[in-house]
Design a protein. Sequence first.
Length: 431
Amino acid sequence: MTTPPQSAAPASGGGCPAHAATAPVPLSGPEFHTAPQALYRTMRHEYGPVVPVELPGGFPAWLIVGYRELHQVTSDGELFPRDVGLWNQWEHIPEDWPLLPMVGRPMPSIYFTAGAEHRRHAEMVVPALESADPFEIRGHCEQLADRLVDGICSRGTADLVAEFAEPLPVLVLARLVGFPDAEGADIARVLKDLADGGPGAQEAYGRFAEHMQRLVAAKRDAPGDDVTSRMLADPEPFTDQEYALDLMAITAAGHLTTADWISNSLRLMLTEDQFADSLSGGRRSVGDAMNEVLWEESPTQILAGRWAVRDTRLGGRTIRAGDMLLLGLGAANTDPLVRQDLGSDGGARHSSNSAHLAFSHGEYRCPFPAQEIAETIARTAIEVILDRLPDLELAVPAEDLVRRPSAFLRGMNALPVRFAPVRSRSTGDLL
């Protein structure tokens, strides 16, 4: 176990500067999924905008909970690149560390490269995503969402996480990158094991890589109208490993976060009076609820990460060269300094404001075409299920809903609902 980094000076922006806390906060425990915003408020009060934390295994990092500080870090790709090779803890990291698939190792991928090499990958990946027809994407979403609803609509009860929100994004993304529908279900299981960061994460990563390697080989032999084929057609030379790694990044980044965006938005509509008209076909409220989720319950709460190129100061803390900085996207979005500026009033606060950091910021943010694809999937999913099951309601008290036990992702373990059974559109009869 290594010694966590300590501040060389008291933190600013929270608590009493003369008595700012320096003991690291374990990045685990039920508070991260039961009451994260209360925990972030406590952190901000006791530590300021930059918090020393301890990752599982005792490894040190800094969690940025201040909006301005996070904006500063993500805007300065030279001082704080997304270059995992800079990490000053590598000599202590075991091969089976459960967070390794999430943090990553130096590898030739759009997600794990920095500077010119990152831009080289982005210039190949982003146009391939941008060329996807938005009407075709929505058509895929509608067809696949209808298929999933057909599987539950005659029962009158369902778990909207396991049976709808989680499978839909990966099924759509699988089609977009060029997989046949039959492989989508296994990829969804692989990605869930990866995101949970448990004992099966390493094995899941290997299976994920195998899927993508097979896809690259298949599209070399038989190109189609899909993201993989467009990437392979790029004139810049890339290896098959690079193509596979970039496809893994695209799919992993878009799957569970979009699933959580869907389920968190549906939970909000089913539990908050201000969104009740969404259940009666109010399309504007669907967008309002989705945007509110990005502010209040961002699917990605903590993102790993950035690494300091040299010793520097941030939020009153001394950051050493090679220190890991974790982006507290969920915490920064509720920073009172920013919320005050936005005029937060406790109601539908952000229906038209998109200054949130849910997609990160700066050079390494989620590419804009990927954001559009995620929004199309999430909005279409919600509209389809509200259209098909208009009397949807929670099957348990709202306080009994359980969040996924993760400090990094904000999603539901389950979203049990009930509704009047209806006929399946695929058969015309009750199943």
